[in-house]
Design a protein around this ligand. Sequence first.
Ligand code: ADP
Ligand code: MG
Length: 730
Amino acid sequence: MSLRFSAISGISKESDTLSPSSGAKITAIFGENVFTLKTAREYLSDEGYKSLTTSIRGGKKIDRTVANQIANGIRAWAKSKGVTHFTHWFQPLTGTTAEKHDSFFTIKSDGTAIEEFDGAALIQQEPDASSFPSGGLRATFEARGYTAWDPSSPAFIMEIGKGKTLCIPTIFVSYTGDSLDYKAPLLKALESLNKAAVDVCNYFDKNVTKVTATLGWEQEYFVIDEALANARPDLIQSGRTVYGAAPAKGQQLEDHYFGSIPERVYAFMRDFENESYKLGIPLRTRHNEVAPAQFECAPIFEEVNIAVDHNTLLMDVMTRVAKRHKLVVLLHEKPFAGINGSGKHNNWSMATDTGVNLLAPGKTPKTNLMFLTFFVNTIKAVHDHADIMRAAIASAPNDHRLGANEAPPAIISVFVGQYLAKVLADVETRVGTKFDEQDEAILKLDLHRSIPELMLDNTDRNRTSPFAFTGNKFEFRAVGSSANCANAMTVVNTIMADTLRKFKADVDALIEKGDKKEIAIMHVIQKYIVESKKVLFEGDGYSDEWHHEAERRGLPNLKTTPIALDAMITDKAKKLFESNGVYSHSELEARHEIELEKYIKKVQIEARIMGDLAINHILPAVIKYQNELLNNVNGLKAAGLPESAYKSQLTILKEVSDHIQIIHSKVHDMVEARKIVNNITDTRTKAIAYESQVKAAFFDDIRYHVDKLEHLVDDEYWTLPKYREMLFLR
Ligand code: ADP
Ligand code: MG
């Protein structure tokens, strides 16, 4: 029996034996595995506690002796929970998380065995990191990588099976201080935003001393049966089905959206939610997505750095917990052709330490102006740096998703909703006319009351936008489901910081010329609206008209990753990231190189899998069926029947034989094309060639013939689980 059929017959037995996991009260377990400030208060001395909190609030350095105290406190807490090992937890550019486990156990010089965890071990470690991508940075500087404690994200305990490990969130940098991970540049971008935003806030409120960016991600994913996934080498190795004909019942009926969640998946969800609560991840919503077997979860938003850590943690937890339920979670952006892809919407805003959401419309003329300031600056930031935002979400898997089945196009635009579009247009029409003090109609707009109502009507429309205003936050929807949100968040916060800094300079210049503060602000807002209005789009982002319109407006539509990544290393990008203290030139070059290499590797792996599956799975099955047809035809002929008796068989035989020949020769040609491309030494040229000479030239074409065969060949012979089995079996 083929793996496919044993998997299918295994499923029905499996689902009976699974029961929902225990339903603990969320409040009873929330954060129990996190070294929260409350826990810190219990385990740390006054000095240690104070040092930790000021470090969290102001990014102040913690000195060695205090670090020892904190390390001891953390260890005592971890020990009370049965933890024996600790690790520096970090987010290398491979896209997963990494850990190096060490034991608390050490031997003193006199031979006594003790358990210890000192300040040095807390603050810095040197993982054996030679295998993590550095884009040539470490080689250039002949330096090793170090992980360094990030006190702003709390330590936590990871439970895997019976083992418990204390995880210290860290950044990963080279000896010379170059970032080798996602977190280090993110922290720098957040700091840059903090400074720039506080300065602008102070026009309106002198009490603001800190602005934090906030992030609430929505994680989409597919869940399928483990045995079926294991019978699909493409899913296991690349996260995506490279072949598979569309099922008769696709998502046309859309009966999946908010539909009932199948029992087994529900048990899995409850289980991973429990694990997440223990880790302090504030998960909240849970519902089916439009596509069959697709689901989503989202937490309550948090400060960006914590939210990013929680998302990477969650992806890890989900993947592990799924195994317990004999399920596989697919985080890939496009696991199934012709079915919706998965995104990771990044809901983003900024909050002051006085408790104001800077993207929430105000209640008074003054707070309205503050809202309008941050709102328009965001639009201007996206307009000026749409290319860099596009680069931030570029990846081989996201290329399959963007612009296909209910996914935002690769064109970066901003949706603001009809009402705000009108407000912006009103403000704009005053350009040139001296904005006089009496004319405060705009400032008095009752934004606070009108917006929430209007946003409700617009939710359907804005689904198609890559960057949409949703009432009190912007939603960056083009981010892919498997991505680390840090990349997108580093860019969004950097471009915002940069724009706000320019805004302040522009306003100050007008004030110097004698404008009243509010008038100066209004004038700069007007100017920014005029300069950035071409990035605003309220229509259907999925439509062809938009593609034409965007072209007319001069908005780029970069469909492939190797080209989209160019925006990372332009002079504009280098100036932007350097002046905000986020990336140096060499760090940008290194990252660009790493992203290109990742792209090449992914396309290369997919191409290999396509070839292997075609030769080892598809063609042998088809040839068996071909033989059967042939025997049948010969038998009928030998029995003296006229050709009319086996005409249909001959037609099928001919079709099947044609597809076999085409597939075989195209796979051969693809291998040859790969050999040529592999000889290219320049990484960018190679990535572009992999896109055009391998992926575009062969993938869809070979797939077309394989998928045709799936419909022609006897179901009994087909070895790969079919879409209908993976997506609809529960
Ligand atoms: P949707 O209709 O897109 O599901 P939700 O109201 O569920 O909208 O919110 C989606 C996400 O946006 C949630 O994670 C939520 O916490 C987050 N969110 C809400 N307000 C903010 C904010 N001010 N900053 C960042 N994220 C926010
Ligand atoms: Mg959303």
